[in-house]
Design a protein around this ligand. Sequence first.
Ligand code: NAD
Ligand code: DAU
Length: 363
Amino acid sequence: MIFVTGGAGFIGSNFVAQWFDGPDGAAAEPVLVIDALTYAGNLASLAPLRSHPGLTFVRQDICDGAAILALLRQHRPRALLHFAAESHVDRSILGPGEFVRTNIQGTFALLEAVRDYLAQAGAAEREAFRFLHVSTDEVYGSLGPTDPPFCETTAYAPNSPYAASKAASDHLVRAYHHTYGVPTLTTNCSNNYGPYQFPEKLIPLMILNALAGKALPIYGDGRNVRDWLYVGDHCAGIGAVLAQGRVGETYNIGGRTELENLTVVQTLCAVLDELRPRAQGSYCDQITFIKDRPGHDRRYAIDCSKIERELGWQPQQTFASGIRQTVAWYLAAGDWISEVISGRYRDWIDLQYGRAGSSSAEK
Ligand code: NAD
Ligand code: DAU
């Protein structure tokens, strides 16, 4: 068995689906998902697997180390994959406390529970165990236009409370390996997109706003650059690191697809124009430039040659194929969308974008 924290979130739920979709299918190793079901976690994201015999779900806050230790002792997994986090940069700017709690204290609680568990495990169990920590490229800070991409030895320079909390969690993971011998693996990935992403992040927010006839709110001049990776490719990279990664190492994962935000939004508008044309004009007409995010990192780019060289991983999707699949998925995902868009979601949109950003008619 493996444990997956945050398995009801965007990347975690895609990882679990891919796990059971592999060559072993129904016979794949069982998974226990541990998730607190915050606003970002939803059982609807695991709905296609509801009756899968290998999937067990436990609603549990990772900050409760005693409860995590009890689960470890009960199920004796051979790995814990740690996706659970507060993950949205804008929310970390408005309320950093929850990011310190879940991302730092929660990771600490998991590491302590695993340390206790391994201290009493047999030598073979200890040898086989892996703590795989899923992290982000944002820990490296912001690049200038001609800087080389981030590699595993790039110095940490986090700029947002979210990035700082993830950087702190990475440091704890590193320390637990070096000090206590916990068999850790860390991945630092670039921007993901794909099915089941909560519509607060750039791509799903823009798709839903476009379809609702609302403004497409681009921060600043729209020239900030992100390196985009289809979520299924990220999950495959995590699987490769779990299977063959060297203990104590970190692996950068990215799509070698640097794009300006404006280009991303124009591209998804073009796909929407084709798949769900407006009565008149293009969805690009809804693009609006709004006040920039405070401390907005200008450019991220990932050098993923280590995982390519050592583990033979490579992304399978281009941005063109991945964005088309993603737009098509959201067009068909009405039930999932209405499930996740609660009153709390609408409160967030009002708080973050205000009334001016809420409708193209109000521009
Ligand atoms: P998400 O916000 O979609 O999902 C997070 C999940 O964690 C949710 O299911 C939520 O309920 C759960 N959770 C939050 N707090 C919890 C707690 N205290 N206890 C238990 N569960 C809790 O996030 P995501 O986009 O799927 O990101 C997953 C991981 O990947 C995060 O660690 C994030 O930092 C990292 N990451 C994300 C991206 C990206 O582009 N989304 C890129 C690189 C790395
Ligand atoms: O780089 C990896 C990170 O990517 C992950 O660690 C984070 O969990 C994930 O949220 C993501 O962070 P970003 O801040 O890059 O993602 P977001 O989708 O919030 O924004 C992408 C870019 O789009 C960023 O430059 C800000 C911009 N943006 C975002 C929103 C929500 C806009 O211009 N308008 C918007 O409304």
